[in-house]
Every structure is written in C-alpha cells, then in structure tokens.
Design a protein around this ligand. Structure first.
Ligand code: UDX
Length: 473
C-alpha cells in the first residue's frame, strides 16, 4: 500500500491485547504512520510477535508484521506500564467470550481495565483509553469507565474513555484493518475525540461519531443484520430447492437493489465464527434486559440451527438412510482462509451424522488440528479417530470407501475435484453445501452432485396453489 504520511504519523498509540484483532489493529495504525507499542500478558505471544512470527493463521498478517517491525514504528513490550508511559492513548483489544445464559464474559476486559488503571496512576498528562473489544451497549460508560477511574484515580481532565468497535472479518482482517469501510467512534470528551480523529485521519474512511453506548450498539446491530441476511438467504434456499430454481441467481437479482445490497446473501450450511452467534445471543439478552423482545435476532439463531437439520435432510435425500454409511465431511473451519473452527457448523453437522448412525471422516486443509482439539474437548471419552469418526489428513483418505461426501467449507482446493477422488468413493455422491463445485465437475458421469439451494423442481403436493378455482381436482 502507499503510505500516506498523515497526522496518524504523529500519534503515539498503545494496543493492549495482541490476539488476532489486536495485532491486526496495531499493525494498521503503524502502517498508517503511527508510532505503536503492543502489549500482551502472554509472553509466548509477545516473543513470537517480536520475532516477526504471527501466532495466528491470517492472510497477510505475518508479512505486514515483519514490514512494520522493520519500519521501526511497531514494537512489542512485556511491561504494560512502559506502554502506558510512552503512549497518548491505549486501545483495549481483549476478548469477550460467551458467558452464561447468553451473556458475555466481561472478566478479561474488566481485569485488563484494572491493570491499565494501575499503570495509569503513575502517568502525567492526558490519556485516552479506547475500548475496541465487543462489549454490550452501556458497558464502557457504566462498567469500564468507572472502573478505570476508580483504579487510576484520574478524573475527566486527565483521562478520557471511548468506544471504537472493530469490524474485522477473519480471512480479510489485514485489508479490513488497513482500509476500513467506516470508523465508528463512541466518545464524549472533546480531547479524546480530537486524539481519535488524529489517529484515524490517514485511513481515509468516513468517521461516524456517537456516544460510547451508541457505538457499542452499532457493532451488535451490524453483526445481527449481517447474520439476518445469511439466515434469510438460507430460508430462501430451501424454497429455491423446491421450486426448481437456483438460490444464487435469486439472491443476486434480489441484492441488485441497492436498498438490499448483494453481500451476505450466500446460502450455505449456516453461519459460524466467533462473533455472529455469540453477539446475537448477547444482543437478544441485552434487549430482553431492557424490556425489548428482539424477535429478528431470536429467529436468525433458530434458522441457523435449522439449516444443519436441513443439510442432514439433503444428505439423506442424496445418499439414502445414513445408518452404517461412511460420510466424508470436507472443510471444518467456519469459512475458508482461516483455521478457526469456533462455532463452525461442521460440529453440529458431524454430530447429526453420528446420531444417524453414520461413520464420519473429516478433513480440512488447515483446521483439522483445531477441529480435533475442540471436538475432543466437547466429547471427552466420545468418538474420535476410532471407527465412527476419523480425522483424515488428506482428501483421498477421507473419501476412501465413502458413500457420500459433504462439502462444508468452500476451500478452493476442493473445487478441482479430480476424477481420482470419485474413484476412491464407494458411491460417487457429493452434497455441495456452498455450490462451490464448477459445472465441469458437477456434470461428470459417475458423479452425482446435489447442491444446497439448487432445485430439482420436485415440489411437494404439486407445488403452490394457483388462483382460486384453478386447482385441478
Ligand atoms: C464477522 C463480521 O463480518 C465482522 O465484521 C465482525 O467483526 C466479526 O464477525 P467473521 O466472523 O470473521 O466476521 O466472518 P464472516 O465473513 O462475517 O462470516 C461469518 C459466517 O457467515 C461464516 O460462517 C460464513 O461462511 C457465513 N456466511 C457469510 C454465509 O453463510 N453467507 C454469506 O453470504 C456470508
């Protein structure tokens, strides 16, 4: 990218928490000319980063890291106080995992704020603390700001606390961080507002300013709306199958209306990932606490869970009863381009196959290890690399003797589907949940491909009724 030497160049920025999001955020500030210090409580993480090795599998992250380390604008420290002393403001990028009963677990963020508060006690001059973590609306103003003030002893003249949610999607984090579509600032005090505007000036993205609580709600509303679009496309896909049409054609034409927009209308096995489900649950719960019933959010989650039942039904239709059959599941990460398996729909899919009495052979080009670890944690003493569930290290070994292959994640390497793969199978039947196999593959003899959202026109009960009186007896 061309580096614009804008006012970001004069900002001294701290980033506390170097997970996927914190690291990408820190490097984006540095790439835009800021002087950035990163800190993480985990020594292993800071050591790796200091040596130019990204702890995470994320496209472009490691090369950006080595570039920014050698530019001298980015460095990591193992001492929070040092970072706080040398910067004008600190972005808190700590995780907010799912907690009990649909709430988020605020403990990592509150304890991070407390540590930061202690380090702030020894500073001079003004500081801004920016909450980048996804926290339910009201958290910055009602929980984190009071805690930071209590521990640091700093009043509004010395400390500003703001919210600045991120919208980074895995697989495109580097691009999203360097060139965001918009910057949402939740800030009440003018001094912090001025500093944040300066931090982001060279990014060239529209800056939208709200209160911290408003900014926090924007984050949840955005994810809830994107998830709603996916669930909507998934429901339409079920209709498309019965009506004998193609869901992608229908959604492309629907999304061509700019009021609707064409993105996030790809039907598939349902959404996964660390954000959508957790954020939706937290939003629904937060709404309920406020006396508001968020039916769209509740239904989005229901439709997502149903989509796995639908995928299993398609599998039964494609290959017959699954009892005693061998089914290969290709792709385990929640989307391609990442080894992240959090909330991947591959988990309920494999569980459903095993419940039906099938033997599952699972494969993923990069996420197999993480899937195995997570599966074993969730199923202590349960199936794993035994008869009923095999973690296959190659596609041919996953397909050996299979009666059905289910394409769950659209990794590009699956698209070529060489003939030798079909030869490995006992029956050449593929259920393509992402419609990723090209026509050159789907039209091959000896291979039956059933695709989610693509109809064969078999409408139950003769299809929809015509106008009154037109129905044949
Ligand atoms: C999401 C948001 O996009 C991001 O802004 C936020 O900060 C974090 O949550 P991420 O979880 O990385 O990012 O993935 P995303 O690309 O949004 O996909 C989420 C899930 O929805 C994936 O399982 C994906 O396969 C699915 N999806 C997405 C569809 O099934 N169809 C679509 O059209 C789009």
């Amino acid at each position: 990218m061309t580096r614009r030497r804008g006012p970001t160049g004069s900002a001294r920025i701290g980033v506390s928490g170097l997970g996927y999001m914190g690291l990408a955020t820190a490097l984006s500030f540095s790439a835009h000319g800021g002087s950035v210090i990163g800190y993480d409580v985990n020594r292993e993480v800071t050591d790796r980063i200091a040596h130019g090795r990204s702890p995470y599998h994320e496209a472009g992250l490691e090369s950006l890291l080595s570039r920014e380390l050698s530019s001298g604008r980015f460095r990591v420290v193992g001492d929070l106080a040092e970072m706080v002393a040398e910067t004008e403001g600190v972005f808190l990028c700590l995780p907010t995992p799912a907690g009990a009963r649909g709430r988020i677990d605020l403990r990592p963020v509150t304890s991070g704020a407390r540590q930061l508060g202690k380090a702030l006690r020894r500073t001079e001059g003004h500081r801004t603390v920016v909450i980048k973590s996804t926290v339910v609306p009201g958290t910055t103003e009602r929980v984190l700001e009071p805690e930071l003030r209590r521990v640091s002893g700093l009043g509004t003249d010395r400390l500003g606390v703001a919210a600045n949610p991120e919208f980074l999607a895995e697989g495109s984090m580097v691009r999203d961080a360097l060139r965001p579509e918009r910057i949402v600032l939740g800030v009440n005090d003018p001094r912090s507002r001025g500093w944040l505007r300066r931090v982001y000036r060279s990014f060239g993205a529209p800056v939208l300013e709200l209160s911290p609580t408003g900014a926090e709600l924007v984050k949840y509303a955005s994810n809830a709306f994107l998830a709603l679009k996916v669930s909507f496309a998934n429901e339409i896909s079920r209709m498309a199958e019965r009506l004998g049409t193609h869901v992608d054609d229908v959604m492309a034409a629907t999304g061509a209306d700019p009021r609707i927009g064409s993105k996030f209308l790809r039907a598939g096995p349902g959404f996964g990932g660390s954000c959508f489900e957790k954020d939706l649950r937290a939003l629904v719960t937060c709404a309920r606490d406020l006396g508001v019933r968020l039916r769209t959010g509740e239904t989005t989650l229901t439709v997502n869970a149903e989509q796995t039942h639908h995928a299993l039904e398609l599998a039964r239709q494609a290959a017959g009863p699954l009892h005693d059959r061998t089914v290969a599941v290709l792709g385990l990460s929640f989307k391609p381009g990442t080894d992240d398996v959090r909330e991947s729909r591959a988990f309920p899919l494999v569980t459903g196959l095993l419940k039906d009495g099938a033997r599952a052979r699972v494969h993923d080009p990069v996420a197999l290890g993480r899937f195995r670890e997570a599966w074993k944690l969730g199923h202590p003493g349960g199936p794993g690399n035994g008869e009923s569930l095999v973690f296959a290290s190659s596609v041919p070994s996953a397909l050996e003797g299979a009666d059905l292959a289910i394409l769950h994640t659209d990794w590009p390497e699956y698209r070529a589907w060489p003939r030798s793969w079909t030869d490995r199978m006992r029956q050449g039947v593929v259920l393509d949940l992402r419609r990723s196999l090209p026509a050159s593959v789907t039209t091959r003899a000896r291979l039956k491909v059933v695709a989610l959202g693509v109809g064969n026109g078999s409408m139950p009960n003769g299809g929809p009724a015509g106008p009154p009186g037109s129905r044949r007896p």
